[in-house]
Design a protein around this ligand. Structure first.
Ligand code: FEC
Length: 314
């Protein structure tokens, strides 16, 4: 291959060890260290998910390797070669490191994609801002995929996951319309709405498309994992939604965290531990769809977006 195209694959990042949680948390808080209580609370949550292992690191590594492999399959025999680099938002290798590694390797053209399908100025927008600043400094020609929340294969694989859990409910005696499907995503501060941010609308579009494709009779959208800051965050939170569903006599709930693509703290703790505990208290049966991780269809979505975008980089 004589045309090398760099692919900056961006993801949230996770600490390397429990000792690293303080530095990670301080980075998320834009340089403000957490109080000892806040730090303990976060460390406790990490310890609760599989004894302090940080699954997001391995999942991101595997996703990047999976995308590289899919891209190689697509370009076999052509003169183009894609080379993936990781760039993390809050951990090493940072977004800036990923770009600098490309430049060191002599790459002049690149595509950037985030392992999160929905655009918000506060999520994907901030990844792209940092990538742009660093690539401009180095004269790297790079184009970005901003969102892919309605990619047909993304909808297909998420609909399959919803369906297989609905079938599991049916096997245990519930009818399909007795199960309320809760599509969820990471909350953000409410002020994004007055900024005209597309995040909420894109999440609703993904939810609707999955519900239609999987023939989901009963669903709604809810937020989760809101930050611990003073300003108002988008609601209702999943835990409040579950309380409301109890009042509506809903007994079966399937949560589908469509804003996330991996198993990590916000899924393994916030849903599998915290929401699951509440479900027990409310005498509710709660299941969640499997995370995408290295799902071949998800790898195909990423490869398709990267290849399409690479044609715009001259
Ligand atoms: O498993 C892991 O180690 C990391 C799990 C993790 C993911 C994730 C994804 C998103 N976040 C988003 C927005 C915010 C905003 C704040 C914020 C704070 C935290 C904290 C932890 C954390 N986030 Fe996160 N997020 C993950 C983890 N997040 C830990 C700090 C403690 C806490 O508040 O719970 C608030 C920052 C501030 O104080 O100003 C805002 C969004 C996503 C989904 C999109 C993406 O993946 O980029 C949006 C995974």
């Amino acid at each position: 291959a004589n045309k090398k195209i760099g692919v900056l694959v961006m993801s949230y990042g996770t600490p390397a060890s429990l000792d690293d949680v303080e530095a990670y948390y301080t980075h998320i808080r834009r340089g403000n260290p957490p109080s000892p209580e806040q730090l303990k609370e976060l460390k406790d949550r990490y310890e609760a998910i599989v004894g302090g292992v940080f699954p997001l690191r391995e999942n991101t590594d595997n996703q990047v390797a999976g995308l590289q492999q899919k891209l190689n399959e697509h370009t076999a025999g052509s003169d183009v070669e894609f080379v993936c680099y990781q760039g993390l938002k809050h951990a090493y290798p940072f977004i800036e490191d990923g770009i600098e590694d490309m430049v060191k390797d002599g790459i002049t053209k690149a595509v950037g994609i985030v392992l999160a399908p929905h655009y918000s100025i506060m999520s994907v927008g901030s990844y792209l801002k940092r990538a742009r600043e660093t690539s401009e400094k180095h004269g790297l020609n790079i184009s970005y995929i901003e969102s892919y929340h309605l990619h047909p294969q993304l909808i297909e694989t998420l609909a399959n996951r919803v369906n297989s859990k609905l079938e599991l409910f049916e096997e245990t005696g519930a009818t399909r319309d007795q199960v309320r499907v809760l599509f969820s995503a990471h909350s953000l501060p409410e002020r994004i709405l007055s900024m005209g941010d597309p995040y909420r609308d894109q999440l609703l579009e993904t939810s609707e498309a999955i519900a239609k494709r999987a023939n989901v009779p009963s669903w709604q959208f809810t937020w989760q994992s809101a930050g611990r800051t003073a300003e108002p965050w988008l609601g209702p939170d999943v835990l409040d939604t579950m309380q409301e569903l109890r009042d509506e006599q809903v007994k079966y709930v399937l949560v589908a965290p469509i804003g996330f693509v991996s198993d990590h703290l916000e899924v393994l703790y916030d849903l599998d531990i915290e929401a699951q505990e509440l479900a027990q208290e409310l005498d509710m049966r709660l299941m969640r769809i499997d995370s995408l991780n290295t799902d071949p269809l998800y790898m195909e979505v990423l490869a398709d977006e990267v290849i399409r975008k690479s044609k715009e980089v001259h």
